[in-house]
Design a protein around this ligand. Sequence first.
Ligand code: ADP
Ligand code: MG
Length: 340
Amino acid sequence: LSSAGAWGTHAHPRSRSGHLSVSPRPTLLDRRLLLFTGKGGVGKTTCVAALALEAARMGRRPLIVELGHRASMEGVFGVPEITYAPREVGKGVWAMNLDFESALEEYFIEHIPVKRVARTIMRNKTLQKFFHAAPSVAEVAILNKISALEAEREGMRPRWDPIFVDLDATGHAIMLLNLPSVMRGLIGDGPLRRMVDGFSSLLKDPRKTLLSLVTLPRELPAQETVELYQRLHKQRDVELGLLFVNQVPERPLSPNQAGWLDRVGQRASEVGMTTLVDDIALARRAMRQHSNARAQISRMRKDIAMPLVELPMLFNASLSLAGLAELGQDLVGKIEQVDK
Ligand SMILES: Nc1ncnc2c1ncn2[C@@H]1O[C@H](COP(=O)(O)OP(=O)(O)O)[C@@H](O)[C@H]1O
Ligand SMILES: [Mg+2]
């Protein structure tokens, strides 16, 4: 694993004082492109929103990129519509929806000098079917847009700092990241080759791009994350960032209190206090859940060579925008602590 280099000392390009400073541990947010993946429902949207809010609070201009027609950020930020054109969604965070059709249209307009011809090609039904069916076309168009977003400048500064990409399904992530390697074997020299090499150098540069994983401390997601890690580690298409373990339950009782539980439980059933017996069963269940979560976390620590960051189980109020901003601040603090 080459992560040691990626997490080593480097100069922070833009400290808050405006001077060049050396931070001993570069945090995730120092990268240009932060990719996230993991199974549906594990908390990618939550993590990305929290980290983007913190980046904005630090004076950056983060852009959240969602792929496909999903716009889960609409719900999080309470905005009516997130489209292909980036818009500010609140508290200094920007978001866009990178849908394949818009990316392809932009790609054609860029590469076919006559705009009208490009549009005609795009709108042709047969060609559209072909583009949807042809492997890699979507990935090329999407990577083309991501590279373009990374390259956008305002004066000397990057326009987006950093860019969060929610790769949603893990299959999608693998296809996208694998594309440069796959294409390299298929295409000769030429403009397409140069473009694919461009994506590859962006994705493979550990100072610019990191792929983080999000998971839950439960058996099935943990198992799938170990398998995904093994695959990503072997393919080496991208530097691996952090492993976010979401919804980690707090320890419900101290070992001492757990000891009372047995004694109180015995007494309660002796005297027939059924509500107390039920409460004790609930407490036991919470304790089992907690110890299962700890076991899954230990196992992932053992099998996955990525710094692991835990996110607590939250209640509704903490999932509001203000709550997420707090979570982001917390997370960045934890990320700075993780020792490689
Ligand atoms: N730490 C947490 N505690 C409690 N609920 C959470 C937590 N993280 C996420 N959720 C909730 O779980 C659901 C799925 O989270 P989300 O971030 O949308 O996952 P994903 O983007 O991976 O599908 C959402 O309803 C979200 O509010
Ligand atoms: Mg999501």
